[in-house]
Design a protein around this ligand. Structure first.
Ligand SMILES: Cc1cc2nc3c(=O)[nH]c(=O)nc-3n(C[C@H](O)[C@H](O)[C@H](O)COP(=O)(O)OP(=O)(O)OC[C@H]3O[C@@H](n4cnc5c(N)ncnc54)[C@H](O)[C@@H]3O)c2cc1C
Length: 552
């Protein structure tokens, strides 16, 4: 491969570069550090991640009557015909070892108080699981994990953490244009990334033999989401722009009940509230789930989310309501102490008032396509965690299967990356081309960024949400194309800012979701289209794969 471009000394050089500090990034960094030096880059504070928000727990087989086969079957059933059985097998069978590893690192999971040995894990059960298998740390599992792993990462002498550093684009051997634009070639190699230091507003060049994308999900592409602000699909967009294959972006999981309140950005009302007998009523106070499913409020997530969406679209109301006020105050306060307090902090007393809720984008099943070692189709580039599409989730994710996927893939990817690293002749590693800002000036039209942020998220919510149609998808495609044209113009003329980078990425991810959704002419798992309401295995029983055209 020719390297005929001007190069410069990188700002930061290490053996491995990891983008993202959720469970996937932290865990892979710890493993890679056993072999070499690691730069761990994260765009805000190290704890800012989806991982820190995970409440439920981690699915893994520990129960006496449970088995790997049952966990695999539950995973495949949820995935509605699109899971890769081999991948499900890999994740499920490696699950218990990864949990034991976490315990050895100091993670404190809830133990079964009734067991004699005081080491038996307390296992919860969630929708779609045929057995109790959710390992958890109260209702703050992700926070416990993140806190313990961050402690280990910070203490490791071979890991350097760069907070407030945002990955902008990957650098490959074919990066040779202004601002790192990649002229995609096939058989490319990743040699690092351009990273914006958000404290100094300077773009730095990070060079590494192996780069791992672990930048999490993309909930912020939608107006309503359970995800924190960092979830803007950066890794998916960066991977795609660099020429990696992206898969199954049409499968976006919506959680049915997120609190609807101007001050509550992303607060989930747990499924357990419906489990305890709460009913859903519309703006007129009428219960509506009976009309949609015989299980009413206890129907599965997608059915409830779709029903709420239909009610909202029919009435034009802003939200529906979840009402548990018929239960005694004592029961509500003792069963949901945190929820009760959080709702109260927003002026909602759930013992007397119905809680306003909307469905919200929760989890991306699609992402950068990888093999069973987390390898993408660009050499020296790996993707793990929510950013990746490994084949585990298929068309719908089984609850609590994402943390375990991230843990298992952090290990297999580290093994793959170390073995690839050991084969690289470092004397042939090209020096990355320098970031070029010639001709750009400070941004003076921040309003364009703010306006387009809002427009893209509203457009995705209204036209590419829970229920899709040909007309809505076509409308979204046109709007997104207009916004992209504006962003392109702005991107080349002005110095980049974090908001602009994220806007560019959510718009890119929106485009990928629309393209995948338009392509799949059936309804399956999380993808529901009015014109094609049935599953069609013969024509569509396969992944949706998209890759940037060869631009060489
Ligand atoms: C409210 C909520 C509850 C959940 N509950 C559960 C549960 O009970 N069980 C379960 O299995 N799953 C659950 N999930 C899903 C699960 O938490 C995530 O899928 C998982 O944590 C993803 O881990 P990750 O490491 O891939 O990404 P994240 O944890 O999201 O980490 C991504 C990291 O990348 C950083 N980043 C992003 N972009 C850039 C960039 N451009 N440059 C540098 N850094 C960047 C972010 O700041 C962050 O540090 C839940 C999710 C939410 C939102």
């Amino acid at each position: 491969m020719s390297n005929s471009f001007s190069s410069s000394t990188p700002d930061v050089q290490s053996d491995f570069l990891v983008l993202g500090s959720g469970v996937a990034g932290l865990m892979v960094a710890l493993r890679l550090a056993e072999r070499g030096t690691v730069s761990l880059v994260t765009k805000r504070a190290i704890m800012d991640s989806n991982t820190s928000q995970a409440q439920g727990g981690i699915a893994s087989v520990f129960g006496r009557v449970d088995s790997f086969e049952l966990h695999v079957e539950d995973t495949l059933k949820a995935g509605d015909g699109l899971c890769n059985r081999e991948v499900a097998d890999l994740v499920v069978r490696n699950g218990p070892d990864r949990i034991r590893e976490l315990i050895d690192l100091g993670v404190k999971f809830n133990l079964d108080q009734n067991a004699a040995d005081h080491t038996t894990l307390d296992l919860g059960r969630e929708g779609g699981h045929s057995q109790k298998r959710i390992v958890h740390a109260q209702d703050m599992t992700g926070l416990e994990l993140e806190t313990v792993l961050v402690g280990h990462v910070r203490a490791h002498s071979r890991i350097t953490v760069f907070e407030n550093h945002m990955g902008v684009d990957l650098i490959t051997c074919s990066t040779r244009m202004k601002r790192g634009m990649v002229t995609t070639t096939h058989d490319d190699r990743c040699i690092g990334a351009y990273v914006l230091d958000t404290d100094t507003s300077r773009v730095k060049t990070f060079s590494a033999a192996i780069t791992v994308l672990a930048t999490g999900g993309a909930g912020k592409v939608y107006l309503y989401t359970s995800n924190p602000d960092v979830a803007t699909g950066d890794g998916m967009a960066m991977g795609y722009r660099a020429g990696a294959t992206v898969a199954n972006m049409e499968f976006v999981q919506f959680h049915p009940t997120c609190l609807y309140h101007p001050d509550a950005k992303n607060f989930l009302i747990s499924e357990a509230v419906r489990g305890e007998g709460a009913i859903l009523v519309n703006a007129q106070g009428r219960r509506f789930m009976e009309a949609y499913d015989p299980q009413c409020e206890l129907a599965c997530r997608d059915v409830v989310a779709r029903a709420i969406d239909t009610e909202l679209k029919k009435s034009g109301a802003d939200s529906v309501f979840l009402d548990i006020s018929h239960k005694s105050e004592e029961v509500i306060r003792s069963r949901f102490p945190n929820l009760y307090q959080r709702c109260l902090s927003f002026g909602i007393d759930m013992t007397t008032d119905p809680i306003p809720v909307v469905p919200a984008a929760h989890y991306m099943c699609g992402g950068v396509a990888t093999d069973m070692s987390g390898r993408t189709d660009i050499h020296q580039l790996y993707a793990i965690g929510e950013t990746a599409c490994t084949g585990l989730h298929g068309a719908n994710r089984l609850a609590s299967n994402s943390l375990i996927e991230a843990l298992v893939y952090a290990r297999t990817a580290a093994e793959g990356a170390i073995s690839e690293f050991d084969q690289i002749d470092m004397t042939t590693m090209p020096t990355p081309v320098a970031w070029d800002e010639v001709g750009t000036v400070d941004a003076d039209e921040q309003i364009m960024v703010v306006h387009n942020w809002d427009e893209i998220r509203r457009c995705m919510w209204n036209y590419v949400g829970i229920v899709r149609s040909n007309k809505r998808l076509a409308r979204a495609k046109r709007r997104i194309a207009n916004i992209q044209a504006e962003i392109q113009e702005y991107y080349w003329d002005f110095k980049i800012t974090p908001d602009l980078i994220e806007l560019r990425n959510i718009t890119m991810v929106a485009e990928l979701i629309v393209r995948c959704a338009t392509h799949r002419k059936e309804s399956r798992g999380l993808h529901y289209t009015l014109e094609y309401p049935n599953r069609d295995d013969r024509r569509w029983g396969r992944d949706t794969l998209i890759r940037r055209p060869f631009l060489g």
